[in-house]
Design a protein around this ligand. Structure first.
Ligand code: ADP
Ligand code: MG
Length: 418
């Protein structure tokens, strides 16, 4: 048994070895393919990771772009935008907000809302109030102070700021300056009032004119009847004077309320001015020997297109004002020159300067308002009419005046508008 056993054993061994080898080889192959599979999976995973990474990068770039884009919008729009955090601290203040309120964003960002805007603030019209009460404001109006303490009207809305999950982040306010619109509204009201007034004035003036003519006629008869030495002449003179004042008022009123319709024609402006000044000297200055007029005209010819009749009113009104402002007499300077500054056609600049009493600040603010006058018996329509006529000629009126020193009125208008 033993040798048999031993010979079988060595054969067996070989066969076992062969078996093991083939088994080992199989395992190795399996391992190899498993390794390859893993390697492939790893590669796949790597690829996926890279893809995800790319997507993430892309989405970050996109987010950055979006945030920049939103920021640009915020900075470009003309509405002020201001946001506060839950603690009431300001964390957004765009360019329009800076312009409207006069603060730089660096001055207000991170500061308490109340600390910056607290003075004279209507607290219930703030984003802070919205934050505390959760009540929003839509298209409302309020008045606020700018940094330089100027009060301005604002149109504003407020709303709450929340994140995607609805968690409260703060409140935001959008606003815009209403000053310009308010001014336009006032102008419209003024024009409407004037139109209504004009209609009324025209009616009244017509009604007043006839009896006024009657009074004037009877006063003339009375004057003749009484004879030159009758002491009652004084009263008749008073009647005539009163009628003259009323007549002037009626004429001015009708003049002012009439819509300016120009009948322009070619005019030698220096000659026109000479004639007008001569007329004024004869008509108004015959009683004021203490007042004289200096003419300071440019040498070259100055032909322009204007409505001479209406423009005469402008010059006469200004001269009358100057004389009335010179109780102690003096010289009124009338100067005229042309300039090429506005357009190729050029413009005419007329200046009337007097060394009179000048105007205080309050007068300067109300100058062109119809019926504003500081004179007893003044109509307050002179400068309003001047402005109206000059503007119909597409011109501008500028007045510089110093109390106690005098006044300079400058009228500029295009040489050839028509
Ligand atoms: P009125 O002459 O009837 O008062 P105006 O419209 O012509 O009305 O002028 C308005 C006011 O402007 C005057 O009452 C006066 O206070 C002021 N003003 C106008 N021109 C002058 C001037 N040249 N110098 C000083 N004050 C002037
Ligand atoms: Mg006047």
């Amino acid at each position: 048994m033993e040798p048999k056993k031993s010979s079988k054993t060595s054969l067996d061994k070989i066969s076992d070895f062969a078996d093991s080898f083939s088994y080992f080889s199989k395992i190795t192959k399996k391992l190899q393919s498993a390794y390859q599979e893993i390697e492939k999976k790893f590669e796949d995973l790597n690829l996926k990771l890279e893809q995800t990474n790319n997507q993430l990068r892309q989405s970050l770039i996109e987010k950055d772009r979006l945030s920049n884009y939103l920021n640009n919008i915020l900075e470009s729009i003309n509405s002020g935008v201001l946001a506060i955090k839950k603690d009431g601290k300001i964390n957004l203040f765009n360019r329009a907000a800076e312009e409207i309120l006069g603060y730089g964003s660096k001055e207000v960002l991170g500061k308490d809302y109340l600390e910056v805007f607290g003075q004279g603030l209507e607290i219930e019209k703030t984003p802070l109030h919205t934050l505390n009460t959760k009540r929003v404001h839509l298209n409302q109006e309020k008045e606020v102070f700018t940094k330089s303490r100027k009060k301005i009207p604002l149109g504003f809305s407020t709303s709450l700021l929340t994140d995607a999950d609805g968690n409260l982040l703060g409140a935001v306010e959008t606003f815009f300056d209403l000053s310009h619109i308010k001014r336009l509204e006032e102008e419209i009201t003024r024009v409407k009032t004037l139109a209504a007034l004009g209609e009324m004035a025209a009616t009244v003036a017509h009604e007043v004119r006839n009896p006024l003519g009657g009074i004037s006629g009877f006063a003339d008869i009375l004057e003749k009847d009484l004879g030159p030495d009758d002491p009652r002449q004084r009263w008749v003179k008073k009647i005539i004077q009163g009628v003259e004042i009323l007549n002037r008022l009626v004429i001015n009123l009708l003049d002012y309320t009439r819509v300016v319709k120009l009948s322009p024609c070619k005019v030698d402006f220096k000659k026109f001015l000479d004639d007008t000044l001569n007329f004024f000297q004869m008509d108004n200055l015959s009683k004021r020997e203490d007042v004289s007029i200096i003419r300071n005209f440019e040498k070259k010819d100055l032909v322009c297109k204007i409505d001479p009749e209406q423009f005469r009113q402008v010059v006469l009104n200004l001269l009358r004002n100057s004389v009335q402002a010179m109780p102690r007499g003096g010289e009124i300077e009338v100067s005229v020159l042309s300039s090429l500054s506005k357009n190729q056609e050029g413009e005419v600049i007329l200046k009337i300067t007097d060394p009179g009493v000048g105007m205080d600040k309050k007068t300067k603010e109300k100058l062109y308002m119809p019926f504003f006058t500081t004179k007893e018996g003044g109509t307050g329509l002179g400068l309003a009419t001047v402005k109206k006529i000059v503007e119909a000629h597409r011109g501008e009126v500028q007045i510089k005046s110093t109390e106690g020193r005098g006044t300079e009125v400058q009228i500029s208008f295009p040489k050839s508008l028509f």
